[in-house]
Design a protein around this ligand. Structure first.
Ligand code: CTP
Length: 319
């Protein structure tokens, strides 16, 4: 890996060469917004999915029926037989909002922040904070990373698996306390995809029950919305389930007139000031690269959208 700190070198690995070319392409070509191309994508999404952001992004009292069974989209047929479906009881229904807080909303400039380590040393924070609406993924921490990743957050996803990874499944008071303290850094809408795995439904609903102790608005994702977007991408050749980042880019297309992406770089090396550097998978920890998604295909897809002017895939430092 020390080879990569040199300005020029012999590529003995075509992957490294390809990543180098992507980085060069993104950093050197000027980007121009093409609202027509973004609109084409928006129309295709609307025409080819049976969901709408206004009606189906989050669970509300109108898009779920009393006593409705809620299957989980990542569960297999076998596990569905093993565990009974969650049923929307009267109590559960009463916790849901009457309608989506995003209903009828449209924003001029949005940013979707991926969690890549490429954000480190980017100094993109103030550019990100200057946007009209900022989406973030998977409880991305703000404190300590503001210079590079900004702090503005309007929509944050919070995968229920994080409750186990970071807050011990909220099984005791001290775990609950640290979860609530962590959540206090946000003042946004927090979207929990509770109906991915049956086993995570109750902990997920428990996480939302602390809504009066945090400043954010905690909402539940409607499973049909994610599934419909997933099917859209499946029909376009995506092999694995879309990542949260790609899901949010699709969502942003329905809410925003211009889309800027930061922190989308699923590669272990990057270009920094003309030199190749190793890159962490996340900007906020040193976990190794792991992904359950078709990260490479997703990146090439975003690159295509960048070339079309539908999204601006920011790479490198912000000046
Ligand atoms: N991402 C990226 N490059 C990285 C890390 C993340 O492009 N090096 C994007 C992906 O679109 C990802 C999103 O940023 O979905 C959020 O990152 P992360 O929290 O790491 O997502 P995953 O753990 O892959 O989980 P998920 O299943 O929620 O996508």
């Amino acid at each position: 890996s020390s080879n990569f700190t040199k300005q020029i070198w012999v590529f003995n690995n075509s992957d490294a060469e390809r990543i180098y070319l992507y980085a060069n392409l993104l950093q050197k070509l000027p980007w121009k917004a093409n609202p027509q191309h973004l609109d084409n994508f928006r129309r295709e999404l609307n025409a080819e999915t049976n969901v709408s952001t206004d009606r189906d992004l989050i669970l509300t009292q109108t898009n779920v029926q009393l006593d409705q069974e809620m299957p989980c989209y990542f569960d297999t047929k076998k596990s569905m037989l093993k565990y009974p479906h969650f049923v929307a009881t009267k109590d559960f229904m009463s916790t849901l909002p009457k309608e989506s807080p995003l209903k009828g909303k449209r924003y001029e400039k949005c940013a979707v922040i991926g969690n890549s380590g490429s954000l480190k040393q980017s100094t993109c924070g103030s550019q990100i904070d200057g946007m009209d609406f900022v989406f973030r993924c998977n409880g991305a921490p703000l404190e300590g990373f503001v210079t590079d990743a900004g702090k503005r957050t309007d929509f944050l996803t919070f995968n229920p698996s994080i409750l186990y990874k970071r807050f011990g499944g909220l099984v005791n008071e001290s775990m609950i306390e640290s979860y609530i303290t962590f959540m206090k850094q946000y003042d946004s809408m927090v979207w929990y995809p509770c109906f991915g795995s049956r086993q995570l439904v109750e902990p997920c609903i428990k996480a939302i029950s602390y809504h009066d102790q945090v400043d954010s608005r905690l909402v539940i994702g409607h499973p049909s919305h994610y599934v419909s977007i997933w099917e859209f991408w499946k029909r376009r050749g995506l092999r694995k389930k879309p990542s949260t980042g790609l899901y949010l880019v699709s969502l942003a297309a329905t809410l925003c007139n211009e889309i800027h992406l930061y922190g989308f770089w699923p590669f272990p090396i990057q270009l920094h000031e003309g030199k190749v550097q190793e890159t962490a998978y996340h900007y906020f920890n040193n976990l190794p690269f792991t992904s359950h998604h078709s990260s490479d295909s997703e990146f090439r897809l975003l690159l295509q959208m960048h070339m079309l002017g539908s999204v601006n895939l920011h790479m490198g430092t912000c000046t």
